[in-house]
Design a protein around this ligand. Structure first.
Ligand code: ZN
Length: 682
């Protein structure tokens, strides 16, 4: 599971300035590159890269090439026309012969950049389709004045027919309005644009995988694979079948390139475990076999020794409304030694936290295994991790592997730092914090509080607790993701205020957890509304979980005035009156959600999410959007990647140097020219 930044402005510019590896002086580095629509483009540094041994630098270089080679996959997974659309837009960007210095062309470029950012025509976060702010005729003129050579025509299609079809797909509000539909009561598959199912209804898909799961259950093996994870389910002539993603199957052309680079990387691994891990991954990409995928994950989770690490595969299932199919992603990283100490202390005490968790003892793990945590420096983002990147990751996702082999948790230090640097002084905190004291707490302790929250969420939260033996891992269906995020957040919120934290010397004063509580409640009740369009409800799993927690605690603590809404003129604020009371509520909700997960109580889970996590108060929403617009801040951010340049000696790579480009458009065009391997339609 990925963790995304929830607190736009946390504050402390001195984060890990004491880390000698940060010698590249963040003060002089331009983190924020540009802003358009509701997006900002940032850069991240890769501190410590140049002092790695050459062998590791070359390893990272090959892995980063593999990470880039899968870029087309996520476009096609998000929507089957995305590659054709992206190529049409890039065709105009590269070939348009008319005047580019006018508002229409500027607006067109904003649309192109939004498509690049979201890996398709649906907003990366809200999953709503977005549109160019120019007339359809203007778009067709641009297309006309760009020549016809190289357009992504379908077989036998005329250029004329293609242009009007692609314009219709881009401009019509009736075609594919939702990337991922989560609306209660609708057929989630036929109302979603994502390309995991073709001609299949929700009931058909659920039946299909239910049967597979029942067959597997009959075999009575605890190591049950995640059916459907890396395939497309299609119906033709009334028959339902799966097309696996593998070499020779779906996305073959991209997977061949990924395997090519992984093969080169395999010569530079740090030990035999890592070498075998890569070879198993290659074998998985060749066969698409889910047992091999599980085998790879077990090896990967057991490899905690190497300095360089990476993920690559069909991993996260947030884009499938049924939570079965995964998007392709990759992240290449190496260990951040200094920051890993903090996460290490938390992991080393995992059993203590589990034993003291405020949930029913039946749902606690008797033995918390292999909770390995570390802080990493991201070196390359790819697929679904790019350009919008998580700030923490906990993998693998398969419940049986987590139970038997544990999981690996990372917080991505340089990405978190880049977010903080880019947000400094944007006025968000001053506008939404209740008073000056809250601002000061956030500035002084926000950064540490945020890092600790992420550590607790990733290292302990997701790995804690257990299902009752008869409970299916997917019993909570589409409510599984937000409830799982809520569970991990609550674990973090409950324990960050525990005296144990100070005993472990993770911080020295209560102000740190107060800063964490302030930020969480302020975000869950107020500031995350800035990410929702007027008239919409909350759909994204992490956001649902955050509102659920904040809103549930507000309502349950109302009588004792634990959290209070206050007005200053027309502006609304939240204030925590009773930190200890709030901590008790966090514990109660954790116990409730753990019970729901452990027993697979779908109805109770659905009620919690629908009652507290989905609906927004329209008046407050409007007010928050108005205040936020006045600040002129983009609510979402993503990153461009650094570039690794091999230094050749004879025909061998002798060294690799890192460069930090500054132009988003240039990087996207470069990727499309050099790392685009899939056909227009798959
Ligand atoms: Zn999580």
């Amino acid at each position: 599971m990925p963790v995304f930044l929830f607190n736009i402005m946390t504050g402390n510019p001195a984060t890990r300035a004491d880390n000698p590896e940060n010698a590249e002086k963040p003060e002089d580095f331009r983190f924020l590159l540009e802003q358009f629509a509701d997006l900002k483009i940032m850069r991240y540094q890769v501190p410590g890269f140049s002092s790695l041994p050459n062998r590791q630098k070359i390893f990272i270089y090959y892995l980063s090439q593999a990470a880039l080679s899968g870029r087309d996959i996520i476009y096609d997974q998000n929507y089957r026309y995305n590659l054709a659309i992206r190529r049409t837009l890039e065709h105009i960007v590269l070939n348009y012969k008319g005047d580019r210095n006018n508002p229409d062309f500027d607006a067109f470029m904003v649309y192109v950049k939004r498509v690049w950012f979201s890996n398709g025509i649906h907003h990366h976060h809200s999953k709503d389709k977005f549109f160019p702010e120019i007339k359809r005729e203007t778009f067709l003129e641009f297309l006309n004045d760009s020549g016809r050579e190289g357009l992504p025509l379908k077989q036998g299609q005329s250029a004329e027919a293609f242009c009007s079809e692609i314009a219709e797909i881009i401009f019509s509000p009736d075609i594919a309005p939702k990337g991922v539909c989560q609306e209660n009561g609708k057929d989630l598959l036929t109302h979603s644009a994502v390309n995991f199912y073709e001609g299949i209804t929700e009931t058909e898909a659920l039946d299909y995988y239910k049967k597979l799961n029942e067959q597997a259950a009959a075999e009575d093996s605890p190591s049950r694979v995640s059916f459907g994870l890396n395939s497309k389910l299609v119906k033709s002539d009334g028959r339902i079948s799966e097309i696996p993603c593998r070499i020779g199957g779906l996305y073959s052309e991209a997977l061949e390139r990924i395997v090519y680079w992984l093969g080169l990387a395999a010569d530079y691994t740090e030990n035999s475990v890592q070498q075998e891990t890569i070879e198993t991954l290659i074998s998985y990409y060749k066969t698409g076999d889910l047992k091999t995928w599980d085998k790879y994950n077990v090896m990967w989770v057991n490899n905690t020794e190497t300095h360089v690490d990476f993920i690559s595969g069909f991993i996260e299932n947030y884009s499938d409304p049924l939570g079965l199919k995964a998007t392709w992603e990759s992240l290449v990283s190496f260990k951040d030694m200094e920051a890993s100490k903090r996460a290490g202390i938390i992991s080393a005490n995992a059993q203590w936290f589990e034993d003291h968790s405020p949930v029913d003892p039946r749902f606690r793990k008797k033995e918390v295994r292999g909770v390995s945590a570390r802080a990493i420096v991201a070196a390359q983002l790819g697929g679904d991790c790019y350009p919008a990147s998580p700030i923490g990751i906990n993998l693998p996702n398969a419940d049986w592997i987590r139970k038997e082999h544990g999981s690996k948790s990372v917080t991505i230090e340089n990405i978190t730092l880049a977010h903080e640097k880019a947000a400094l002084g944007n006025g968000m905190l001053e506008e939404f914090a209740f008073d000056e004291k809250e601002v000061q707490l956030a500035k002084e302790f926000g950064s540490l509080a945020g890092s600790l929250h992420t550590d607790l969420h990733e290292c302990l939260g997701h790995g804690s607790g257990q299902l009752l033996p008869d409970t299916q891992g997917d019993a909570l269906k589409n409510y599984g993701s937000p409830l799982e995020e809520a569970r991990a957040d609550l674990f973090a919120l409950y324990f960050i205020a525990d005296p144990k934290m100070m005993e472990l010397q993770l911080f020295e004063q209560e102000d740190v957890y107060k800063a964490a509580y302030n930020a969480y409640i302020r975000n869950g009740l107020i500031t995350q509304l800035t990410r929702i369009r007027i008239g919409n409800n909350i759909e994204q799993a992490h956001m649902r979980s955050r509102q659920l927690i904040a809103s549930w605690c507000y309502h349950k603590g109302k009588q004792k005035n634990v959290i209070e809404f206050l007005k200053n003129g027309s502006r609304t604020f939240v204030k925590i009156n009773d930190y200890n009371g709030l901590r008790i509520l966090f514990g109660e909700l954790l116990a409730l959600i753990q019970r729901i997960k452990s027993t697979g109580d779908y109805e109770a889970g659905r009620d919690l999410i629908e009652n507290y996590g989905v609906k927004v108060n329209p008046e407050l929403h409007r007010e928050v959007i108005d205040r936020f617009s006045a600040l002129n801040i983009a609510p979402y951010g993503g990153f461009i990647n650094p570039v690794y340049v091999p230094v050749m000696h004879d025909s061998e790579i002798a060294d690799v140097v890192v460069e930090y480009p500054e132009n988003f458009t240039a990087q996207m065009l470069h990727y499309s020219a050099n790392y685009s391997f899939l056909p227009d339609y798959n």
